[in-house]
Design a protein around this ligand. Structure first.
Ligand code: MG
Length: 271
């Protein structure tokens, strides 16, 4: 997809996310809206994958380590044709496959995630496996900034550099907020890029809502040899909905009818 299409597509994905969260009275709307432009770029402009052949061995692998924003991944997968779009209406309902975290019973989902700090470890293992078998596919993993407080993230980072995993791209959704407030108050990340650089990563900092910048960052990562890449994607929690932006309470806030109408109106105006 070209930039213009990505922008339109991102707007549609935001409507899907907001609607899923409103209908279900569940979900993690703030983080879904901060990460959706990254997912949109990955699935429509970066990763090699085949919705009609989900188990294609040559596919690039994606792991949503911040698994609580599952609705953003479900929205993208439905749009790609991995499931019927109508199924999004079952999000979080009893008996639905679309539970509150990624579920590998759904085509296109590699692993169940949501226990923070786990997805990134498995993504590193996938990248090691790919290297051992001399596979051309790459591994992409999206992490939260609150998630960086998990010690296992740093074990994974150390291993990724040790094994020279240039087939691995970690993306940090740097929205500055986590469930209980500002990341710098809860568990300060400070200059997170310096930490990853010290661990041996190629670090790229970018605007996580600018499609051209995101595509350029992924291209740079692809051309980096002998090192894993971390993309620090600077984002806004709740991006696109005025009353949600940069408000920690929208980590898993539930929209009332009036808020839903307002959110959809704003997205219509942006379209
Ligand atoms: Mg965050």
């Amino acid at each position: 997809m070209e930039t213009r299409e990505l922008i339109q597509n991102g707007n549609e994905l935001r409507k899907d996310i907001v609607t899923m969260c409103y209908m279900s009275k569940a979900g993690h709307v703030g983080g879904s809206l901060s990460s959706i432009d990254i997912l949109n770029t990955l699935y429509n402009a970066e990763m090699k994958h085949r919705p009609a052949q989900p188990d294609w061995s040559g596919r690039d692998r994606f792991v949503l380590s911040k698994g609580h924003v599952a609705e953003s991944l479900f929205a993208v997968l439905a749009q790609q044709g991995y499931m019927e779009k109508e199924e999004l209406g079952t999000f979080s309902a009893f008996g639905s496959r679309l539970i509150g975290h990624p579920n590998n019973k759904i085509d296109g989902i590699e692993m169940n995630t949501g226990a923070l700090g786990h997805g990134v470890c498995v993504a590193v293992g996938m990248a090691i496996a790919g290297k051992m078998d001399h596979c051309p596919w790459r591994v992409y993993c999206l992490m939260g900034d609150g998630e960086q407080a998990e010690g296992s993230v740093w074990e994974a980072a150390m291993a990724a550099a040790h094994y020279n995993l240039d087939n691995l791209v970690l993306i940090l959704d740097r929205n500055g907020l986590q469930i209980s407030g500002n990341t710098e108050d809860v568990m300060a990340l400070r200059d997170i890029h310096l930490k990853y650089e010290a661990f041996g990563f190629n670090v790229i900092e970018t605007d996580g809502h600018n499609y051209e910048d995101l595509m350029a960052a992924f291209t740079l990562a692809r051309h980096t040899k002998e090192k894993p890449t971390l993309i620090v994607a600077n984002t806004v929690k709740g991006k696109g909905i005025s009353f949600m932006e940069n408000v920690a309470a929208w980590h898993h806030g539930v929209l009332n009818e009036e808020q839903y109408m307002q959110a959809m109106k704003e997205l219509e105006e942006q379209a």
